[in-house]
Write a protein that binds this ligand. Structure first.
Ligand code: KIV
Length: 286
C-alpha cells in the first residue's frame, strides 16, 4: 500500500489557490485503481462512462446505481489514499430531490467515496442543494453532459456560440452559488473555460476544456488505448493496451497450437520422494 497522503476538498482548494494542477483520471476496477494510486493521481472518478468502457453499452443512459456502487467499492479498496468520486447515473437524481439525496448517500455509505458528481447546471440546482444539505461533497458537471446527449443532438462540444457560452457561464455561476465544491467542464472552448476558472473560487476541472482549468480529467480507457470505438479530439493516448494485449493473446494462441506452452518451467512435477511410486499407481489403473 502506498504512503501517499489523501486529498480532501480543502487540499484540492489549496492546489487551486497555489496554482498546482490537479491530475484526475477515471478508474472502474481494482487493478487499474491500484496503478492509479501508485502513479500519484490526485483524484479518481468512477464515471458512468463505465457503461461504455466496461459493459459495452453505446452510452451511459443504461448504467444503474448497483453497477456504479460495485465499481466504486472496487476502486476504493485499491486506492484508499486517493480522493475517489462516484458518478450519479441517469435517473438516480433527476426525478426528485429525495431520490438525489438517497442515491448520493448510497455512494458514501456503501462505497465510502469522498464526493459525488452529477450532470447539469441551473436545472439541477435543487438537487445539488439537497445533496449538499446532507453533508456530501458535490462536483457539478456542465458543458457536454453525456446523459442528455439526446437533447444536445449528440456528443457535441458546448459553449461555441455566444448564446451557448452564456448558458455554460450561467450554469457554472449557479453551481458555485449553490455551494458545490468542485466543477467539471466537458468539451467547452478554452477561452470560456479559462474565464470560468478565473471567476470561480472553487476548483474547475477540464475534460476537453483546455489547459487553463485548475486540473485535467481523462477517461483511463482512452489514455491507455483500451477503448477503441472512437477517440474524442481532446484525448491524448499514452499507450496502446489494446495492441499490447491482443498481441500477447495471439502469441498465447500460437504457443498452445504449437505445443510450446506450457513448458517444463510451468509444470508441477511430483515430489521427488514420491515419483518412484507412480509407475505402480499407473499399473493399478491399467
Ligand atoms: O462518466 C464519466 O467518465 C464522465 C466523464 C465523461 C466526465 O462523466
Amino acid at each position: 500500500m502506498s504512503e501517499k497522503k489523501k486529498h480532501s476538498i480543502h487540499t484540492l482548494q489549496k492546489m487551486k489557490a497555489e496554482g498546482e494542477k490537479i491530475a484526475w483520471l477515471t478508474a472502474y476496477d481494482y487493478p487499474t485503481a491500484l496503478f492509479a494510486e501508485a502513479a500519484g493521481l490526485d483524484m479518481l472518478l468512477v464515471g458512468d462512462s463505465l457503461g461504455m468502457c466496461v459493459y459495452g453499452y453505446d452510452g451511459t443512459v443504461p448504467v444503474t446505481m448497483e453497477q456504479c456502487i460495485v465499481h466504486c467499492e472496487a476502486v476504493r479498496r485499491a486506492a484508499p489514499n486517493t480522493f475517489v468520486m462516484g458518478d450519479m447515473p441517469f435517473m438516480s437524481y433527476q426525478v426528485s430531490d429525495e431520490d438525489a439525496v438517497r442515491n448520493a448517500g448510497r455512494f458514501l455509505k456503501e462505497a465510502n467515496v469522498d464526493a459525488i458528481k452529477l450532470e447539469g447546471g441551473v436545472r439541477v440546482i435543487s438537487k445539488i442543494r439537497a445533496i449538499l444539505d446532507a453533508g456530501i461533497v458535490v462536483c457539478g458537471h456542465i458543458g457536454l453532459t453525456p446523459q442528455s446527449s439526446g437533447q444536445l443532438g449528440g456528443h457535441k462540444a458546448q459553449g461555441r456560440t455566444v448564446a451557448s457560452a452564456r448558458a455554460v457561464i450561467e450554469d457554472a455561476l449557479a453551481i458555485e452559488e449553490a455551494g458545490a465544491q468542485l466543477l467539471l467542464l466537458e468539451a467547452v472552448p478554452p477561452e470560456v473555460a479559462g474565464f470560468i476558472t478565473e471567476k470561480l473560487a472553487i476548483p474547475v476541472l477540464s475534460i476537453g476544456a483546455g489547459p487553463e482549468c485548475d486540473g485535467q480529467l481523462l477517461i483511463v480507457s482512452d489514455l491507455i488505448g483500451q477503448f477503441q470505438a472512437f477517440t474524442p479530439k481532446f484525448v491524448k493516448r499514452y499507450c496502446n493496451v489494446a495492441e499490447l494485449v491482443t498481441d500477447a493473446m495471439r502469441e498465447y494462441v500460437k504457443d498452445v497450437k504449437a505445443g510450446t506452452f506450457p513448458s517444463d518451467e510451468h509444470c508441477y512435477h511430483m515430489l521427488k520422494a514420491e515419483a518412484g511410486g507412480f509407475p505402480d499407481l499407473q499399473k493399478e489403473f491399467e
